[in-house]
Design a protein around this ligand. Structure first.
Ligand code: PHE
Length: 336
């Protein structure tokens, strides 16, 4: 029996392979449930007492030899296997590139258009105070027009809120700078509205502000017409009288989309016209609030929702898609 174990020890130490199946065979032969080691351990009872000590040591030596051999072979195969199976000359897998979000694509396009006529980008906080979001914009406390924008307030401090429009950035900018002012303020805004395919409680706006001497409504109209021509390739616009507390006079801008297709009929409700933004001449009360001389300077402002423009440009019908980060949607904008 002892000789048999010596032979097995030699077999173990001579064994070598880089083949996974062969190694597994070896493991089963020695270490498996019905393997040699268990077999020998079972015979231990039959060994006469005076030989038990020597026998026990031998089996342990064999057991360790098997285990260290298996370890050694496993380590060797994990580094060899690559050399054995892979073709190292094969080109690598391309790493996936991310895509720009359609909101950012269109935002950047709009910024480019206005940059080309001298507008710069201004930034501001999403968590605002009452002054910058409302009061300075000619919306004092209890003004009914505050209800036009359902607001998220901070429960413990009603002076702090999530901005409902990026006009707040314009106030901040005018507080720090004197005319001439020509800025765009893109960013996220928040309104406490029920989420549906047409509206969301988070969306993006881009607003513009131009203040200088002798700025007129005609300048505003020309600028917007330039913009719609650049972005949509459509230069026919109309302005309908409207109301915003911070502009006077105020208007909604419609662009003539045409009635060339079924889609045109559907999205324009058969009129051919699409509303794209609000605008107006900055109210002198707003200029006074930020210490700009309203007798010397005048200006215009406009604001639009970016989601709406993206939906028009790419014929998307559900605003919720922008916030779901579904790769199937995002990948359609790759390379743009
Ligand atoms: N701030 C307005 C809104 O969010 C949009 C607007 C901006 C209208 C500037 C007129 C002038 O509804």
């Amino acid at each position: 029996m002892l000789e048999k174990i010596d032979e097995l020890l030699v077999e173990v130490s001579n064994f070598s392979s880089v083949n996974k199946d062969e190694i597994e065979q070896f493991r089963i032969k020695f270490n498996g449930k019905k393997g040699i080691l268990n077999d020998i351990f079972a015979k231990f009872k039959e060994v006469p007492n005076e030989q038990k000590k020597e026998f026990g040591q031998k089996i342990n030596t064999l057991k360790q030899a098997v285990e260290s051999k298996l370890d050694e072979l496993k380590n060797a195969t994990s580094s060899n296997i690559i050399l054995e199976k892979e073709d190292l000359t094969r080109p690598g897998f391309p790493s996936e590139l991310g895509t720009r979000h359609p909101i950012n694509l269109v935002k950047n396009r709009i910024i480019e258009i206005f940059k080309s006529i001298g507008f710069a980008v201004a930034d501001g906080p999403e968590i605002e105070d009452d002054w910058h979001n409302f009061t300075a914009l000619n919306l004092p406390e209890y003004h009914p027009a505050r209800d036009m924008q359902d607001t998220f307030f901070i429960e413990t401090n009603p002076d702090i809120l999530l901005r409902t429009h990026t006009s707040s950035v314009q106030i901040r900018y005018m507080e720090e700078n004197q005319p001439p002012i020509r800025i765009l303020s893109p960013g996220r805004v928040f309104r406490n509205e029920a989420i549906s395919s047409r509206s969301h409680c988070i969306f993006h706006q881009i607003e513009g502000l131009y203040i200088d001497e002798n700025v007129s409504f005609a300048d505003l109209k020309q600028t917007i017409q330039f913009f719609t021509t650049e972005l949509f390739g459509k230069s026919k616009i109309r302005m309908r009288p409207s109301y915003f507390p911070f502009t006077e006079p105020s208007a909604e801008v419609d662009v003539y989309w045409g009635l060339n297709s079924e889609t045109d009929y559907r999205i324009t409700k058969g009129t051919g016209w699409l509303e794209i933004m609000g605008c107006g001449m900055v109210d002198s009360a707003v200029l006074k609030n930020v210490n700009i001389d309203a007798d010397k300077y005048s200006g215009y402002a406009f604001g639009m929702g970016i989601e709406r423009i993206v939906m028009l440009l790419y014929q998307m019908s559900d605003i919720r898609m922008f916030f779901e980060n579904d790769k199937r949607m995002l990948e359609q904008f790759s390379g743009l």
